[in-house]
Design a binder for this molecule. Structure first.
Ligand SMILES: NC(=O)c1ccc[n+]([C@@H]2O[C@H](COP(=O)([O-])OP(=O)(O)OC[C@H]3O[C@@H](n4cnc5c(N)ncnc54)[C@H](OP(=O)(O)O)[C@@H]3O)[C@@H](O)[C@H]2O)c1
Length: 340
């Protein structure tokens, strides 16, 4: 008798290596990834990482681009599973679970997910299961790929400011990756927004229903923004100036540095530094809160430009020029990135 033929889905389950993964799609041994060399970012074929205990392997469909990608140089990493991950840049992914390590019970192969990872600019990425959030069903994978870093940062800015309905809230850098999310998150809390952004970005911000606009390249910003209930700062080097916009008893929340504690105390302002999460929450909890906001229709990532994975260097260069609005996303799987 010849070998018994299995239907394809069963075959996919059967290829799981003993003791490592409980269920799996079919990750190949090699994957395409952007590798950071001494002088450049290059598309290379590298080993596909394997999930260790309590980890999952994500098949990446889209990956967001963030300033931290070029601020923090990636290094080669040995994962708990023993696989060696090449120096791959990027932190934001949306995709589906390919396989799960031992101990993972809340995710299974095929689940649509979003996560912050190490080595996002690749066809596969490994992450601890607790850091993963469900992909909001109303978003495409392309949109969800922009969520983790800038989304959580923008959401955390609004969460940290104790915003009450009807309050006037300044957002510094409102057209940026995090700032554009802070606009949605502050609006969801009933705030009226005064946004500081480059004059070239004002018509785009008007479409986001921003109530008042100030041009940091043309206006005297301090003369236009004063006595606000809260200032949410996303612009590098602007935290001290933003403190002056806030009334006594108000909040300055920043993802990019704060004035000294003495200055905050003298101004009678509560200063809050955001460090990658909603205050008091883990990265995973923060991302799952943001995922619910998106599912409820109160937050939609604003993608203004996409690039194929192979053009990661060009995407990064465009993001760094300062001409970008909202988010830039790398399309890792063009056949799946537009799906919901
Ligand atoms: N602490 C955290 O958890 C956390 C999380 C995410 C990001 N970050 C950091 O936060 C910063 C912003 O991140 P991002 O992803 O939002 O970057 P981004 O997409 O580059 O946005 C920054 C925005 O700030 C604007 N801007 C620059 N100078 C300004 C000024 N003087 N006044 C008003 N707006 C100004 C920029 O406008 P132009 O386009 O005109 O330059 C841009 O729209 C980066 O330094 C990033 O590394 C921190």
């Amino acid at each position: 008798m010849g070998a018994m033929r299995m239907p394809l889905p069963l075959m996919a389950l059967a290829v799981v290596s003993a003791g490592v993964a409980q269920s799996a799609l079919c990750a190949p041994e090699k994957m395409d990834a952007i590798v950071q060399t001494a002088t450049a970012m290059q598309l290379q074929s590298v080993d596909t990482p394997k999930p260790g205990a309590n980890q999952i392997l994500i098949k990446v469909y889209a990956a967001g681009v963030n300033p931290v990608d070029w601020k923090r140089r990636p290094t080669q990493t040995t994962l708990p599973s023993g696989s060696v991950l090449a120096p791959i840049p990027g932190y934001d992914v949306a995709g589906v679970v390919d396989s799960v390590g031992t101990g993972v019970t809340n995710w299974k192969a095929g689940d649509a997910v979003v996560s912050r990872v190490t080595g996002a600019f690749a066809q596969y990425a490994v992450v601890n299961a607790e850091e993963v959030a469900p992909k909001p069903r109303r978003l495409t994978f392309e949109q969800a790929g922009a969520m983790p870093i800038a989304g959580v940062a923008g959401f955390a800015l609004a969460e940290g400011a104790n915003i009450q309905p009807g309050q006037r809230v300044a957002i510094i850098g409102a057209a940026g990756g995090a700032g554009s999310v802070a606009v949605d998150a502050a609006h969801a809390k009933g705030a009226k927004i005064i946004a500081s952004a480059h004059s070239s970005q004002h018509s785009w911000l008007k479409e986001q229903r921003v109530e008042e606009l100030v041009a940091y390249d043309k206006d005297n910003v301090a003369a236009r923004i004063h006595g606000v209930d809260a200032a949410l700062n996303t612009a590098d080097g602007q935290a001290d100036a933003a403190l002056g916009y806030v009334k006594r008893g108000g909040y300055l929340v920043s993802i990019s540095g704060l004035p000294t504690a003495d200055k905050c105390t003298a101004a009678g302002v509560t200063c809050v530094q955001i460090r990658g999460t909603v205050p008091g929450k883990t990265q995973g909890e923060s991302l799952r809160m943001l995922s619910r906001l998106a599912e409820d229709g109160k937050y939609t990532p604003r993608i203004t430009k996409t690039y194929p994975l192979a053009e990661a260097a060009a995407a990064q260069q465009f993001a760094r020029t300062g001409d970008s609005m909202g988010k830039i996303v790398l399309i890792v799987d063009p056949a799946k990135s537009k799906a919901h």
